[in-house]
Design a protein around this ligand. Structure first.
Ligand code: ZN
Length: 326
């Protein structure tokens, strides 16, 4: 068990680049243009995940690269009328889930499975791995998930032990986290396109460190982990923080990091999200690691992103030194 303290919080203010207006692309648009992204949000099932606040953050982080053309779509709450919700997955190269919902109509599930298994990309951010506990294909895509009643029936608890991926099938609930504190992220796959050039260990901004996630873990590669500290209600294990999964011909990038704009303002999170989305869409990463990437003991976050949350401006954000339970 280790306790890490931040030597200093480096504030790296990077002015946002000009964004172009994202418009719905025509069907079968040329592959040479920007990567077409559908950013899906909506119901979160509670007060914890404010997608109205975080969707503009994720959109900005993709669009500022100049690589992506982002369309946002908000799904109806579960049980509502889905007849007007027709996302046309095949118009996009990658779907980003800033979305947690219990269920979808069967026809929509089938369309989505077809999209991903046929070679589409999927990006799963934070509580999107809470969604769809009873949809087997979605749980195969995420590899692991938590909450919404998941237990051992969802699959074993996956974690790293002595640097190796381990699974524990003992009964128990899935999904837990402590207070939002900074934590170190450790890379296990320096040669993977998403991880190439990143430091082997870096300090993530205050965030919920998800632990005890369970799932099939099939075709899943864990690229990075974080130590779940028992002093902060953790397991004492190294929990998966960055995963890639294959589902048919589809590529999935999954990170349980990114609870709120404070966590999403971490230059480490931003870099992984931008690279992971490119990789899920194309299988390649062309983006460089920014110079202000966090170091082993120092958080590096973007004020322009953190400021998109009113909590940052009134001093209540954990990134300005006020750790708070959710
Ligand atoms: Zn959360």
């Amino acid at each position: 068990m280790k306790t890490f303290k931040i030597a200093a919080i480096l504030v790296m203010l990077v002015l946002p680049t000009l964004r172009t207006d994202a418009q719905t692309p025509p069907a079968h648009a040329a592959a040479a243009g920007p990567i077409r992204v559908l950013l899906l949000d909506g119901e979160s099932g509670g007060p914890w995940h404010n997608w109205k606040l975080t969707t503009p953050v994720l959109r900005e982080e993709l669009e500022e690269t100049g690589l992506f053309q982002v369309t946002v779509s908000t799904a109806p709450p579960s049980g509502a009328d889905f007849s007007g919700f027709n996302p046309q997955f095949n118009h996009y190269q990658v779907i980003v889930f800033n979305y947690d919902t219990p269920d979808w109509p069967e026809a929509l599930r089938a369309q989505f499975e077809q999209f991903v298994s046929g070679g589409g990309g999927l990006v799963v951010v934070h509580a999107a791995d809470n969604a769809f506990p009873n949809w087997p294909a979605y749980n195969l895509m995420t590899g692991v998930g938590g909450w919404r009643g998941r237990n051992q029936q969802a699959g074993p608890h996956w974690y790293f032990n002595d640097g190796k991926l381990t699974s524990d099938s003992a009964p128990g609930s899935a999904g837990n986290h402590g207070a939002r504190l900074p934590f170190q992220v450790v890379s296990h796959a320096p040669q993977h396109p998403i991880m190439r050039g990143l430091p082997p260990v870096w300090m993530h901004a205050p965030d919920e460190l998800y632990d005890s996630l369970r799932g099939p873990g099939k075709n899943m590669t864990v690229l990075a982990t974080a130590h779940s500290d028992p002093k902060n209600k953790g397991t004492g294990h190294d929990e998966p923080m960055v995963m890639v999964v294959r589902f048919g011909k589809g590529r999935i990038f999954h990170t349980p990091m990114g609870h709120d704009p404070a966590a999403m303002s971490c230059v480490g999170f931003i870099t992984l999200f931008q690279r992971g989305t490119e990789w899920a869409a194309t299988g390649k990463v062309t983006q460089k690691v920014p110079a202000n990437f966090p170091t082993m003991n120092s958080v590096s976050y973007r004020v322009d992103i953190a400021s998109m949350d009113p909590a940052y401006l009134n001093g209540a954000s954990p990134i300005v030194g006020h750790p708070a339970a959710k």
